[in-house]
Design a binder for this molecule. Sequence first.
Ligand code: SAM
Ligand code: SF4
Length: 347
Amino acid sequence: MNRCQGKSGNTFTSRIWKGRDKLILDSYNRAFSYLRLSLLPVCNFRCVYCLPNGNPKEALHQSHLSRPEIRRLVSALAELGIRKVRLTGGEPTLRPDLVEVAKDISGISGVEKIALTTNGYRLAEQAHELKRNGISAINVSVDSLVQEKFAVITGQDRLPEILKGIRAAQDAGISQIKINVVVLKGLNEHEIGDFLLWSERAPIDVRFIELMPTKDNGEFFAKRHLSLGFLETLLPHRGWNRMEREETAGPADVWDKPGALGKIGLIRPYSTNFCNSCNRLRVTSQGDLQLCLFGKGNLPLRPLLQNDAQREELKSFVLCALGQKNFSHSLHEGDYGSTRNLAAMGG
Ligand code: SAM
Ligand code: SF4
């Protein structure tokens, strides 16, 4: 039986705001319009900061949400005001029914946008089909533009085919393509200039992501973490300007440059904007709601995804859970939460 107890006994403090658009607000008045849904916890890459030793045994044996469960989840959340769904993982393209999942979601009333985050490994063959089935935005992780270094960071010598996949996504007419770059001290920090040039010359947004600590990457984090604060000086020096934040913007600080075809985003978990602007719900591939990237404990939704008649109960549970969301993570106090790696919860 699912139970959600509010912070003060049974009362919960999240609510639905029924203005022009319906919105779920938490007790700090943050609006949640965005769902990050992990489709499966396993991956075929071994990124040094995420799964350096490959998939943990338990991930290989976990069952993931079925298509009907996903449909029920997204339909209920769309009724609460979720407008954008990002499919992630692990590696979402390893799921044989990815295209069908996208198609199911694209038919749900209220969902305005479906995005995908991928390591790009099947993009060259799948881009057109993904676009036809409702995916309009793709983030591809590319941590290096140097083939050997890419292989060292990801455990896969596949840079040329990943770049081919990105071109295929452009050809397919996917207009929003973002490149995720986790900046690593001594590994790829010297490539920042090359990524800036790429974004200037191609309609591609590059997002520099600061390395985040997880339960499993403590030693690696200590050695390779680089605060991205220095980019706030470097970017203006190179002609980039910080754009004004829209009220509904997520945690990235976005920069543009006159004449540049793409934009630059900075994702810095230690910066104040990161939590202030939190606008996303995360659901793992087993159907656990996670209120924070660095939180402790999951809230299982799967028991409430077994038939359509459970929709109202599911919505109440999510609202109650959101009422308990803390204002901020505790990274500054050295508390990384209970997530072993970001593949487990979808990044
Ligand atoms: N496999 C897909 C991919 O790599 O794009 C999707 C899942 S992956 C967990 C989502 C994003 O999280 C990727 O851009 C990845 O680089 C990022 N990521 C994973 N672990 C991270 C960490 N410890 N710190 C910062 N970003 C991380
Ligand atoms: Fe796989 Fe993505 Fe993690 Fe790399 S970051 S190991 S591609 S889940």
